[in-house]
Design a protein around this ligand. Structure first.
Ligand code: SRM
Ligand code: SF4
Length: 565
């Protein structure tokens, strides 16, 4: 009941959600308003639940201000795609929508979703309708709900892929908001008789305190960085069969410079469940967070803080109480690496999958590389192929019997095979400028250049092939999961980055701050002697991240709470 809620102590988004009539707010009025390219302030919060962020072009921000014009508003649309799996028909539709209504590019995100950037207000409905025509949707791609559920990406790598992907889809379906607002607003369909009221059986009328993220992985691969998730499922295999999942809780990376109470944290493994219990476990973990998460301070509202504030034992007891049974003890497992493994691989069913590198996850055509055209041609000519987005912004042309046809098209456009340094193929950069309103510095548009300069140094020491995980983000929110990288850059201001070292190759260790606010020249000056030392003094097979810790360049951080920016 509204009367019993003291709104004055809650974050203002709580009231917006409550008053929104299950995510309607005044979105219809905002969309119809011809005076501005923006939507009303409160609606910018609600639109996120529909997969839409209001943004403006930061490249022209100053000039527009000088001309006394409103910012060049446009919208980001994120398509929810559990496990990252799209059909070739769905790929073709996204390719077309990018050209017709967005900026002509497709962004493959770090959570296996599609993003379209630069959609103006009047094109929002046709774009979402186009997405719906291809049997995809954008609901719950953003907002205070369970987000796109990630899963191990490459079907040719594990016979468990189908089951694990099914779990991602089942969890996603189970935790999708039930409101009919999405269909009403974007698809202009009334699904229920007017007299019937919406209900959200799991979320209630204020949804979650904050975003919530899940992934499923199959050891030895940790390709979705499972410990960065609020809730992670680690598949456990016995004699080739899936027997269940270890459960990890409390991962999350968002943090803010100057607020030490915010920090990246890795999940803790708290137990094991059987395959048929996994959806229920997901629901109950979400409910414990819904009922106990901080609704006053959005910077302290993720599950990681609920767990650190109350203790892991409290959380486990609470979860067991919600479940009505106890999780079994966790089973042994081992990760050997995160990231993607590139190239062709044949599945046990005889079908082929090709893991391609997509720099920064951006699918576009440039003078040097016609990637978008090449992939369109594959989708047109090889309709049996799936297009699977990986958790590392890359793409797998998957499950096809037509290997030679795919290979010929990609060769014609020089998309594959290509030679990549071990550094570049393990790189991730978040979007940052020009669309992200929170970016302090470039990431996607700059990391490729910086890597070229680092490759020159690596060449001097014969390390071009050395696989090193490198990640860059334009701010400390962590969208490129930089806190797990062996070398990470986090934007401080335009052209300046903090440098973090010492993550590992399995995605199981946080890195640590090494130097602050470095220019490019300073970055290269700092890294050159460490790379030289690594070339000369590494132990056999020692990775760069392990080396910098052993040699004392940085100290290992065992708990998120100890992380310093
Ligand atoms: Fe993110 C906010 C992009 C994955 C943590 N993220 C944003 C926004 C929407 C900026 C905003 O709020 O105005 C960015 C839009 C930029 C743009 O123009 O596209 C943005 N995040 C992205 C993507 C597209 C990065 C990419 O280059 O791939 C990823 C989309 C994933 C998806 O498909 O759903 C993306 N974001 C992540 C991840 C990584 C992950 O989930 O595996 C994280 C760290 C994990 C986590 O959530 O803890 C992440 N994004 C954040 C945060 C910090 C949340 C927090 O707990 O404090 C924000 C800011 C916020 O929510 O207030 C944020
Ligand atoms: Fe934007 Fe920061 Fe996320 Fe990069 S890490 S996309 S700059 S919010």
């Amino acid at each position: 009941m509204s009367e019993s809620i003291d709104w004055s102590v809650l974050s203002e988004v709580e009231k917006i959600k409550y008053d929104s009539n299950y995510l309607r707010g005044t979105l219809e009025e905002s969309l119809a308003d011809p005076v501005t390219g923006a939507i009303a302030d409160a609606d910018t919060q609600l639109s996120k639940f529909h997969g839409i962020y209001q943004q403006f072009d930061r490249d022209v921000e100053k000039e527009r201000k000088r001309q006394k014009l409103e910012p060049a508003f446009s919208f980001l649309i994120r398509v929810r795609l559990p496990g990252g799996v799209a059909s070739s028909q769905q790929w073709l539709q996204m390719d077309k929508l990018a050209d017709e209504h967005a900026n002509g590019t497709l962004k493959l995100t770090t959570r296996q979703a599609f993003q379209l950037h630069g959609v103006i207000k009047s094109k929002l409905k046709p774009t979402i309708q186009g997405i719906n025509d291809a049997l995809m949707d954008t609901i719950a791609a953003c907002g205070d709900v369970n987000r796109n559920v990630m899963s191990h990406a490459n079907p040719a790598e594990s016979e468990l892929h189908a089951e694990v992907y099914q779990l991602a889809k089942d969890i996603s379906a189970h935790l999708t908001p039930q409101t009919t607002a999405y269909h009403e607003i974007w698809l202009e369909k009334k699904l229920l008789a007017d007299s019937k009221k919406d209900v959200e059986p799991i979320y209630g009328d204020r949804y979650l305190p904050r975003k919530f993220k899940m992934s499923v992985v199959i050891p030895p691969y940790n390709d979705t960085d499972v410990f960065s998730q609020d809730l992670g499922f680690i598949a456990i295999e016995e004699k080739g069969k899936l027997i269940g999942y270890n459960i990890s809780v409390g991962g999350g990376f968002g943090s803010t410079f100057g607020i030490p109470e915010t920090y990246p944290r890795l999940g803790d493994v708290i137990g094991f469940c059987k395959p048929d219990q996994a959806v229920e476990v997901a629901e109950k973990v979400v409910l414990v967070q819904k009922d106990n998460g901080d609704r006053a301070n959005r910077k302290h509202a993720r599950l990681k803080y609920t767990i650190d504030d109350n203790g892991l034992d409290w959380f486990k007891a609470e979860l067991n109480r919600y479940l009505g049974y106890e999780l079994e003890p966790a089973k042994p497992y081992q990760f050997t690496r995160n990231g993607d493994r590139f190239g062709w691989k044949k599945g046990t069913d005889g079908k082929w999958s090709l893991n391609l590198f997509v720099e920064g996850g951006r699918v576009k055509d440039t003078e040097q590389l016609q990637l978008k055209t090449a992939l369109r041609e594959v989708a047109e000519q090889v309709p049996d192929a799936q297009f699977i987005l990986t958790g590392n912004q890359n793409l797998i042309i998957a499950n096809t019997a037509e290997k030679s046809k795919v290979a010929a098209i990609l060769k014609k456009y020089t998309v594959w095979p290509i030679q990549l340094s071990g550094l570049r193929q393990n790189s991730i950069a978040c979007v940052a400028l020009n669309t992200c309103g929170l970016a302090f510095a470039e990431a996607e548009r700059y990391l490729p250049e910086l890597i070229t300069k680092l490759e020159d140094i690596l060449d001097e020491y014969n390390l071009r092939k050395e696989e090193i995980v490198i990640r860059m983000t334009g701010c400390p929110n962590g969208c490129g999961r930089p806190y797990l990288a062996e070398i990470a850059f986090i934007g401080k201001s335009l052209g300046h980055y903090n440098l973090y070292l010492g993550g590992n190759f399995n995605g199981t260790r946080l890195n640590s701050l090494y130097r602050e606010t470095l220019s490019e020249e300073q970055i290269l000056d700092e890294l050159r002697p460490i790379i030289a030392d690594f070339a000369e003094n590494r132990l056999e097979k020692e990775s760069f991240g392990d080396f910098v810790i052993r040699k004392g360049y940085v100290k290992e951080i065992k708990e998120g709470k100890d992380f310093k920016h």
